[in-house]
Design a protein around this ligand. Structure first.
Ligand code: CP
Length: 336
């Protein structure tokens, strides 16, 4: 295990990383986000056979120290759709169980020919350490409570496609002007909330963070411009075009006690609340969701829900990130 690093340290020294790495959403300029969306759109429309040539013969390692369904599978399927060879190393079935360090695991993968590593780790800062110690491009697939940059990008693409009148193939600082997104639930432990709250305001959106004090302590968040705390979920919903719900991360609560009955009554997004306060809002959730806790089944499966779209867009967005990581020089010239 490596030591937990603070969030500032984790994002620092991004210039020390190999080109094409993505450690934090803050590492990307708005122009680079736009470029990724442009390539994503092109990839989605590209014939399969052509796409399968883009990374033919390249080697990508997936290194997962935490469970994952969506992120791991979509990165793996994305890599394969581009023609790359993948290998999966999980903490539960590898020499990590015998005590091998993150650095040595990364160096071993590099010696075996890996040209890029996709890392999920429980410790904030692990992708930064891996990128510096291997010199390989590293894609952060979620590190502790720090960042989940590819999730923020696929969330963005989902909003651009599902909200009316927006262009999903390019963005600038005004693209989400007039859009308010309420992110509700376990904000404190959420790397998804952190990445979205850093990205969306840079595109003109307003972000409302909503949750009870223990899961959203005012002083614990370095709130940036365009981000506001609203404790009253109903009031926040009234102002919002997008409602992004978060799971309570029991694995990170560390002894924190919550009255789940009270939580559900104040913060659950259910059919009654949605139709009363935001009947047209787009409903999002990064998953995994706990039906009946932060979201009711009827809302998760209802017409406002973009939850399956989010998963779907993960494939093309992560394909673009892999292409950027392995072919940075050609990235801008990907054509169909
Ligand atoms: N959203 C997300 O990261 O899901 P997984 O944990 O299943 O990858």
């Amino acid at each position: 295990m490596i030591e937990n690093l603070d969030h500032t340290t984790a994002s620092a020294a991004c210039s020390a990383y190999a080109a094409g790495s993505l450690i934090s959403i803050e590492d990307l300029t708005v122009e680079q986000v736009s470029q990724i969306l442009t390539v994503t759109a092109r990839l989605e429309n590209m014939p399969h056979a052509q796409r399968a040539q883009l990374l033919a013969g390249r080697r990508i390692a997936l290194l997962f120290y935490e469970s994952s369904t969506r992120t791991r599978t979509s990165f793996e399927l994305a890599a394969k759709s581009l023609g790359a060879t993948t290998t999966l190393v999980s903490d539960k079935s590898s020499s990590i169980e015998k005590g091998e360090s993150l650095k040595d695991t990364g160096l071993t993968l590099r010696a075996l020919g890996a040209e890029c590593i996709i890392l999920r780790h429980a410790a904030s800062g692990a992708p930064s350490l891996l990128a510096r110690s291997t010199g390989l491009p590293v894609l952060n697939a979620g590190d502790g409570m720090h960042q989940h940059p590819s999730q923020a990008l696929l969330d963005l693409r989902t909003m651009l496609i599902r909200l009316p009148g927006l262009d999903a193939s390019a963005v600038d600082g005004q693209s989400l002007r007039g859009v308010t997104v309420v992110i509700t639930g376990d904000i404190l432990h959420s790397r998804v909330a952190r990445s979205n709250a850093m990205l969306l305001p840079r595109l003109g959106a307003k972000v409302l963070l909503c949750g009870p004090e223990p899961l959203l302590p005012h002083e614990a968040l370095g709130l940036g411009e365009g981000v506001e705390i609203v404790r009253d979920f109903d009031a926040a919903l009234r102002r919002s075009q997008v409602a992004m719900m978060l799971r309570i991360q029991r694995e990170r609560l560390a002894g924190l006690e919550l009255d789940l009955g009270e939580y559900i009554s104040r913060y659950q997004l259910n059919g009654e609340r949605l139709s009363a306060f935001a009947p047209n809002a787009l409903v999002m959730h990064p998953g995994p969701m706990i039906r009946g806790l932060e979201i009711s089944g009827d809302v998760a499966d209802g017409p406002n829900s973009a939850i399956e779209d989010q998963v779907h867009h993960g494939l093309a967005v992560r394909s673009a990130l892999l292409l950027r990581a392995l072919g940075a020089g050609d990235f801008e010239s990907v054509t169909i």
